[in-house]
Write a protein that binds this ligand. Structure first.
Ligand code: 3PG
Length: 406
């Protein structure tokens, strides 16, 4: 995809207009305190807001997923964004009801309003065709109040939700600066990238990861797949290396992991040892001694050494999802060592997500990697050459704007 296939903010005069910006402010939440853990996406999204000169800005974002501890209000995000921007961001505890419509109508040029978590509206939790998305209540109620739609939610580019594909059907729509920057940088990085490709995958979104692994391998973007975190435990269980069942509903992913492992066995590296917490200390044990998979908080030294060696001899490295619970002292080692291996390697390195970006900053090597993306799952889909509904929506809108039929 080329940068000229879609419109950008610079194609419009936004002054005095009411502009809907679909951002992705979805941020890791501390399960104990309920507070925001870091501000990576909020900071990165602020650039577009800052540069919509003279517009009435209405921001929309989701946070978390229904039923999870991180499915919370965006009121904290409004406060955080106010601090980042150095000006007040208004917040309305409503998505498309009368309260939010009245708040939008009363905006003055230059003011910013953040709507409540879009996923509090049921429709925003489902995928639609663009035509169906345009008929949802959320789009029908809000779109008449907007002049322009700016899609800036690169981390949600893989979801065909109404706010991603629906507004773009009925409003002139362009890419925000974050989406444009991510695509420009990723296109540049991928043009010069070389084999062997190594994907280091961790984090907690196991179902997304399973899909992503197959897509990456099939598209020649993963010669080596190094697994850590929950997805590593699922594959260890699939390989018969764990005696005890996994926590919660993770067991349901094991059959799928078994079939992937069967089909592509030679591509995978699984943890050989892990770190657990005992009496408040980091203790290393071999995988065969894991009694309670829920207690595993990091990969072990032997695994760190093995993975670092593969990373350093790779032509392209992609790291997504932290290998361990790095917020807990002593369990940041796996995350830090793998990031340092990627930063110090001669290969092209792409690191994804706010957690890892914060770790790179703490280690002082953020500038040493080739691209730090705000996205997780969407980035994997992009690298695997999959279609991204947000990008397609931008391309359709540009075609309509330039007089072609979409
Ligand atoms: C992400 O964090 O990957 C994006 O915000 C998308 O979130 P989702 O996986 O819950 O759709």
């Amino acid at each position: 995809m080329s940068i000229v296939d879609f419109l950008t903010i610079d194609d419009f005069d936004v002054s005095g207009k009411t502009v809907f910006v679909r951002a992705d402010l979805n941020t890791p939440i501390d399960p104990e305190t309920g507070r925001l853990l870091e501000l990576h996406r909020i900071r990165e999204s602020s650039f577009t807001v800052r540069h919509l000169n003279g517009a009435r800005i209405v921001l929309g974002s989701h946070q978390g997923r229904v039923g999870r501890y991180d499915y919370v209000s965006l009121s904290m995000h409004a406060e955080a964004l106010s601090e980042v921007l150095g000006k007040r961001v208004k917040f309305v505890e409503d998505v498309f009801g009368e309260a939010s419509r009245a708040a939008i109508r009363s905006l003055e040029p230059g003011e910013v309003l953040l709507l409540e978590n879009l996923r509090f509206a049921a429709e925003e939790n489902f995928e639609y065709s663009p035509q169906e998305a345009a008929k949802t209540h959320i789009v029908r109620r809000l779109a008449p109040l907007f002049d322009i739609c700016v899609l800036d939610a690169f981390p949600t580019a893989h979801r065909a939700h109404p706010s991603i594909v629906g507004f773009a059907e009925v409003l002139p729509t362009c890419a925000g600066y974050l989406v444009a920057r991510e695509l420009k940088s990723l296109n540049r990085v991928m043009m010069t990238s070389k084999a062997p490709y190594t994907a280091v995958l961790g984090g907690s979104k196991v179902s997304d990861r399973l899909e992503a692994i197959t897509a990456l391998i099939q598209n020649g973007r993963a010669d080596n797949v190094l697994l850590t975190g929950l997805i590593g435990l699922v594959f260890l269980r699939a390989a018969g290396a764990l005696k005890k069942p996994l926590l919660g509903d993770l067991e349901k992913y094991v059959p799928k992991a078994q079939s992937i492992l069967h089909e592509y066995r030679g591509k995978f590296s699984l943890p050989e040892d892990v770190a657990i917490e005992k009496d408040g200390e980091r203790v290393e044990i071999p995988v065969s001694s894991i009694e309670d998979p829920g207690k595993v908080l990091d990969i072990g030294e032997q695994t760190i050494r093995k993975y670092s060696k593969i990373i350093k001899s790779s032509g392209t490295i992609f790291i997504s999802g932290p290998p361990g619970m790095f917020e807990k002292k002593g369990f940041e080692r796996g995350t830090d060592e793998l990031l340092l291996a990627a930063a110090g390697s001669l290969g092209t390195s792409i690191v994804s997500g706010g957690h890892l970006s914060a770790a790179l900053e703490r280690l002082g090597v953020k500038d040493w990697v080739d691209h730090v993306s705000t996205a997780g799952g969407a980035l994997v889909m992009f690298l695997a050459g999959q279609r991204l509904p947000l990008i397609e929506a931008l391309m359709r809108s540009a075609k309509r704007h330039r007089g072609g039929s979409a």
